[in-house]
Design a protein around this ligand. Structure first.
Ligand code: NAI
Length: 499
């Protein structure tokens, strides 16, 4: 049979596209090479990392209570006995979360009548995809429209090996068998800071090396600076403006230990370790011993074996992203691409929206994505979230703006949670008051940002947020106060605004 809609890849872009297409009455099939649906996000990305972030945060809070200067749980009047870490159980729990969600995708496919094929898909001609199954069995599927949603893979640094001598990608860093004594993370992006936080909380000494001058490059720099100082207080050592040059094997590592202080083999099961060499802008060299090195310097589109070059599908030079038009069609008629494969932020929710849009377009509807309101979140604790323009971008574009910010230390709910580090910052157009950007570092910033996204989606103003009733006491009041502060009238901080 000829399908109306055939998707290669079942990550958040692909599976959402397939479900939406099936809802709209298109005969739909999905080709997935892995045993489990859900792609990187559900299997080796967003979901397992969040499971470990939550587990490690619980552990770190308990551990802080027992340490000199630790005040967290003790200040609540909770006295903790002997604390121990069972990393194996933590990993089992993580995997259960993954299995529940990935099997849920399978059920959604079944329930929506989406046909699934297990194997590697390759475009062989317009309207034709060859699927090679696990035992090498091949079959050709036909479809009126083909959607490529094969996502991305970690980018590597050619000076380092992958998968040996303790060098890890995010995939391995989600499944270490032991806590490394010393971990070096290369790249202070979302992955570096999230997974760096996980292993630091579990007891590793973590150093994050960033090539550029700020962590989370591209993020509003005031927010990035604040996030950096909070993470540093938690014990994450962060160095910026530093280039890694190479490494040598260290021989038997003296630094390996488990969280209980007992000697152990390294996290990857080896003995030994490496010494990285790095250099700052002034040419000062550093030597950094490490039992594990997480390389988190970005991701690249995954197009290997997809048959794009053979069929002349246009790819951007340098970035390797697939070129698409406004309707997500590639240079080959009837072949579409979404998600990490095409330009834009490599985020699961961006891919999902594109999946919905492409399904709607192919069902004859006006599918569209608003690229101006894609939130971005880093799940450290506290979290960092933002949407819209940063102050630097507005300055660069010559846009006049008003700014209002509000610290969580003046928010009752944050104080009661003992999570008062951080702030909300709102940037609004100086003449129209329209919200142009919202940036948060603070507790549950990931959820708080949704209100800002909604307001921006509706073209709302800071005044709209300021005049909206927010329940008390909630963290969301910090957003309202920041909106009031845009006009110099926040209630719970002193000082009327200048200009
Ligand atoms: P990224 O692009 O966010 O960050 C990579 C960092 O590495 C940048 O700060 C970059 O300046 C730095 N870098 C590059 N080369 C370097 C070098 N030689 N030495 C030192 N630093 C170097 O990439 P990341 O964190 O690997 O994540 C990959 C993709 O996955 C990103 O698009 C990210 O947005 C997405 N992602 C999103 C998450 C979220 O939304 N919470 C979580 C994890 C990943």
């Amino acid at each position: 049979m000829e399908y109306d809609f055939l998707v290669i890849g079942s990550g958040p872009g692909g599976y959402v596209a397939a479900i939406r297409a099936a809802q709209l009455g298109l005969s739909t099939a999905v080709v997935e090479k892995n045993e489990r649906f859900g792609g990187t996000c559900l299997n080796i990305g967003c979901i397992p990392s969040k499971a470990l972030l939550d587990s490690s945060e619980l552990y770190a809070r308990l551990r802080a209570s027992g340490e000199a200067g630790g005040q967290d749980l003790e200040s609540h009047g909770i006295v903790v006995g002997k604390l121990d870490l069972n990393l194996k159980t933590m990993m089992v729990r993580k995997q259960k979360v993954v299995e529940r969600l990935t099997s849920g995708v399978g059920q959604l496919f079944k329930g929506n009548g989406v046909q699934t094929f297990n194997g590697v898909g390759r475009l062989v001609a317009t309207g034709k995809v060859e699927v090679t199954g696990t035992e090498g069995k091949r079959q050709t599927l036909e479809a009126r429209n083909i959607v490529l949603a094969t996502g991305s893979v970690p980018a590597d640094l050619p000076i380092f090996p992958t998968g040996k001598d303790g060098f890890l990608t995010s995939t391995e860093a989600l499944s270490l068998k032991r806590v490394p004594a010393r971990m070096v993370v290369i790249g202070a992006g979302a992955i570096g800071l999230e997974l760096g936080s996980v292993w630091a909380r579990l007891g590793a000494e973590v150093t994050v090396i960033e090539l550029l001058d700020q962590i989370l490059p591209g993020m509003d720099s005031e927010i990035s600076r604040r996030a950096r100082s909070i993470l540093a207080k938690q014990g994450l050592e962060i160095v910026t403006g530093v280039r890694v040059l190479g490494y040598e094997k260290a021989g038997k590592s003296a630094s390996e230990k488990s969280t209980t202080g007992k000697a152990s083999k390294s996290a990857t099961g080896r003995t030994g370790g490496v010494i990285l060499t790095a250099e700052d802008k002034d040419g000062n060299k550093q030597r950094l011993p490490a039992d594990a090195v997480l390389v988190a310097v970005g991701r690249r589109p995954y197009t290997e074996g997809l048959g794009l070059a053979e069929l002349g599908v246009k790819i951007q030079e340098g970035s390797g992203r697939v070129v698409v038009d406004e309707q997500y069609q590639t240079s080959l008629a009837g072949v579409y691409a979404i998600g990490d494969l095409i330009p834009g932020p490599m985020l699961a929710h961006k891919a999902e929206e594109e999946g919905i849009a492409v399904a709607e377009i192919l069902a004859g509807m006006p599918g569209e994505v608003n690229y101006d309101t894609i939130p971005s979140v880093v799940y450290t604790w506290p979290e960092v979230a933002s949407v819209g323009k940063s102050e630097e971008q507005l300055k660069q574009e010559g846009v006049a703006y008003n700014k209002g910010s509000f610290p969580f230390r003046a928010n009752g709910r944050a104080l009661s949670m003992a999570s008062e580090d951080g702030l909300v910052k709102i940037l609004a157009d100086r003449s129209s008051d329209r919200v142009l950007g919202v940036h948060i570092v603070g507790p549950w910033a990931s959820d708080l940002i949704a209100e800002a996204v909604t307001v921006m989606e509706f073209g709302g103003s800071a005044e709209d947020i300021a005049r909206t009733v927010h329940a008390h006491p909630t963290l969301s009041e910090a957003l309202r106060e920041a909106a009031l502060a845009v006009d110099g009238r926040a209630i719970h901080v002193l000082g009327r605004k200048k200009d």
